[in-house]
Design a protein around this ligand. Structure first.
Ligand SMILES: Nc1ncnc2c1ncn2[C@@H]1O[C@H](COP(=O)(O)OP(=O)(O)OP(=O)(O)O)[C@@H](O)[C@H]1O
Ligand SMILES: [Mg+2]
Length: 310
């Protein structure tokens, strides 16, 4: 983590951000490689948006260093901003302008001539399936349309690096899948992406690598598949309506487990004998044996390590 890779598109070193006495980001270091899609995961209040804002040159920080494409965000914010696209967590569009106008006005910040801005706005709106809403007022957009507009706006300067802070929160499944396609398109064009999401399936689908953060610190980092294999194993045995003897058995048997939301999640790993033993001891236990997911990694981290260990 401490080695310097000059090819990194985003490089964050020892970033600390305090709000008064409160430390929101507590000395994190990470890099995003060219063309990589890095997932930024963690519970509410973890420090994700705070970090995204710092990278976007939208927020000062306490200590550390942050560069984008080799440019320091404090010393060269203009150089950073012209090559960066940002979809903030909140839809901060201008309600007084139409949909298309929002994009065109934003394009001005980048010095894009108005004719070119109109062409790009039309192209992006059509890509986002918002072409018919070009002249609508912001208030006339549904939540999902509004979100798509903010993503479109992030792309008006054809950025090489894109920060997407919860791009699909509140979207219906179809709209979410449309955004996933868009992110894949961006990746195929060589765009480097930092994606914040609470949807673990989204992270698994889109991200080459993910970081789990909480309390302003990085807890875990790796490719989704590797993290699942390492932290949880291939399968999860999920049980409900269970008694204390089941957790007791898991402890005795050395089977990793988490309890959360009235369920116990058993991670037998490659221990087939443990599964057989479970069957004979708890033949009538209500259960589901399924493949492990990134969500299991998240629950393991936030449910056990943090609540009990922190
Ligand atoms: N302007 C602010 N002033 C004071 N505290 C703040 C401010 N902005 C954020 N915080 C605090 O910093 C911490 C991190 O917030 P942040 O918005 O980065 O979390 P997050 O990981 O993006 O969470 P979420 O998943 O809910 O969006 C939280 O405890 C939050 O209350
Ligand atoms: Mg946030």
């Amino acid at each position: 983590m401490e080695t310097t890779t000059s090819s990194a598109v985003i490089q964050v070193r020892g970033l600390v951000k305090k709000y008064g006495e409160f430390t929101a980001v507590d000395g994190i270091s990470f890099e995003v490689a060219p063309r990589e899609c890095l997932g930024f995961l963690g519970p509410n209040g973890a420090g994700k948006t705070t970090t995204v804002k710092v990278i976007a040159c939208a927020s000062p920080f306490t200590s550390g260093s942050v560069t984008v494409l080799g440019h320091d965000v404090t010393r060269e914010p203009r150089r950073v901003k012209e090559r960066l696209g940002v979809c903030p967590q909140d839809n901060n569009t201008d309600p007084d302008f139409s949909v298309a106008r929002n994009l065109e006005v934003y394009a001005r910040y980048f010095g894009i001539p108005s004719r070119e801005a109109r062409a790009r706005a039309a192209e992006l709106l059509s890509w986002m399936n918002l072409g018919e809403k070009a002249n609508a007022k912001i208030a006339a957009l549904s939540g999902g349309m509004h979100r798509r507009l903010v993503i479109a706006r992030a792309l008006i300067n054809r950025p090489e690096v894109v920060l997407l802070d919860e791009p699909t929160t509140g979207l219906d499944p179809q709209a979410r899948h449309a955004i996933w396609d868009l992110v894949r398109d961006l990746k195929a064009r060589g765009t480097t992406i930092l994606l914040t999401t609470h949807y673990m399936e989204e992270a698994s689908q889109l991200c080459d690598r993910v970081l789990f953060i909480d309390g302003g610190r990085i807890l875990l980092e790796g490719a989704p598949r590797d993290l699942i294999a390492r932290e949880v194993g291939r399968e999860v045995l999920e049980c409900w309506n269970y008694g204390p003897e089941l957790a007791g058995w898991a402890r005795e048997r050395g089977v990793r487990h988490e309890e959360s939301g009235g369920r116990i999640f058993l991670h037998p790993g490659g221990d087939g004998e443990a599964l057989k033993d479970f069957e004979s001891r708890f033949p009538h236990q209500e259960r589901l044996l399924r493949l492990a997911t990134l969500e299991d990694v998240f629950l393991k981290l936030t449910g056990r390590v943090l609540r009990e260990g922190a």
